[in-house]
Design a protein around this ligand. Structure first.
Ligand code: SF4
Ligand code: SF4
Ligand code: FES
Length: 257
C-alpha cells in the first residue's frame, strides 16, 4: 500500500524557484510552477476527497482564492490553476447543493417536471454571478433562463461543458443548484426527447445476436503478453482520417455486414 508521502508530489529540485502561498490562512513556500493541487500536496495535505481526474474534467477540485492586494474572490480548478505569489486559497470539494430525487423512468420530458422538482429556479435574480464563477465558461444564467422559458434543448446545449464542480451554486443569490437543474434537463433531452439512433439500435441487436462472440472469446483466451501485443498492434483510425476511412479488418463492423 502506498503511504501518503509516496502519493504526494515530489519535492522541488534544489534551487527551484518557490513562492509563498496561504492555505486556509497558513503560509507555505511551494515551487512556483505547481498547480494548486500539487502545491497543496507539496505543503503536506493529502487528498482524501476533492481530487479525481487531475485533468480538468471531473469537477472535484473547485477552489476559491484571492490574489495579493486584490479584493476580488477568484475561482478555479485546483488541478488546472497554477499558484501565484501571495495567493490565499481554500478548496470546496463538496458544496451541500440540493439534488432532487426522482424516478427517471416515469419522469415526463417537460419543463414542468423540472419546475416541480426545482421550484427554486424561479428565484433567479439574473445577477450572473454563476456565469462569472464557472471554470468551464458555461453561461449558467442562460441555462437557467432557458429552463424557465421551457427550452430544455437549449439548456442541454448550453450546459454541455458543465463538470458539476458546484461553484455556481456556491455563489447563487437565488440559492439553487444550477448544475443539478441543468443535469436533469440534459437527462430528459438525451434520454427522452432526442430521437433514437437507428444505427445504434442495429449495433445493439447484432451484439445481442452474438456478432462479437468469437472475437471476445479469442481475446479472453489470450495470455497477458499476447493481449498486450494485440493491443499495441491494433489498427487505429488515423488522426486526420476522412469520413470514408474504414479499418482493413471488418471484425467489429458486424452491424454493417
Ligand atoms: S455550471 Fe456550475 S457546476 Fe458546472 S462547471 Fe460551471 S460552475 Fe461548475
Ligand atoms: S447566480 Fe443564481 S440568481 Fe444569479 S443569475 Fe445565476 S442562477 Fe440566477
Ligand atoms: S481533479 Fe478533476 S477537475 Fe480537478
Amino acid at each position: 500500500m502506498e503511504t501518503a508521502t509516496e502519493t504526494r508530489t515530489p519535492g522541488p529540485e534544489v534551487g527551484a524557484e518557490t513562492v509563498p502561498i496561504f492555505i486556509m490562512g497558513k503560509r507555505y513556500e511551494v515551487p512556483a510552477t505547481l498547480t494548486i493541487m500539487k502545491a497543496l500536496e507539496h505543503a503536506g495535505y493529502q487528498y482524501i476527497r476533492g481530487c479525481g481526474c487531475r485533468g480538468g474534467v471531473c469537477g472535484a477540485c473547485a477552489t476559491v482564492f484571492r490574489r495579493e492586494g486584490d479584493y476580488k474572490i477568484y475561482t478555479g480548478l485546483a488541478c488546472q490553476t497554477v499558484v501565484e505569489p501571495g495567493m490565499t486559497l481554500t478548496q470546496i470539494p463538496f458544496y451541500p447543493a440540493n439534488r432532487a430525487v426522482y424516478d427517471y423512468e416515469t419522469a415526463e420530458p417537460t419543463a414542468e417536471t423540472i419546475y416541480a422538482l426545482y421550484p427554486e429556479l424561479f428565484r433567479c435574480v439574473a445577477c450572473n454571478a454563476c456565469s462569472k464563477v464557472c471554470p468551464m465558461d458555461v453561461e449558467v444564467l442562460d441555462v437557467i433562463s432557458a429552463v424557465k422559458r421551457g427550452d430544455l434543448v437549449a439548456a442541454k446545449e448550453l450546459s454541455f461543458d458543465c463538470i458539476q464542480c458546484g461553484l455556481c451554486a456556491s455563489r447563487c443569490m437565488g440559492e439553487m443548484a444550477q448544475y443539478h437543474i441543468a443535469q436533469l434537463a440534459r437527462r430528459l433531452v438525451g434520454g427522452k426527447i432526442t430521437p433514437r439512433a437507428a444505427h445504434l439500435e442495429a449495433m445493439c441487436s447484432s451484439i445481442d445476436a452474438g456478432a462479437f462472440a468469437d472475437p471476445i472469446t479469442e481475446l479472453k483466451s489470450m495470455d497477458p503478453e499476447a493481449l498486450k501485443k494485440a493491443y499495441v498492434e491494433r489498427e487505429m483510425e488515423p488522426h486526420m482520417a476522412d469520413e470514408n476511412w474504414k479499418p482493413a479488418s471488418n471484425v467489429g463492423l458486424a452491424a454493417e455486414a
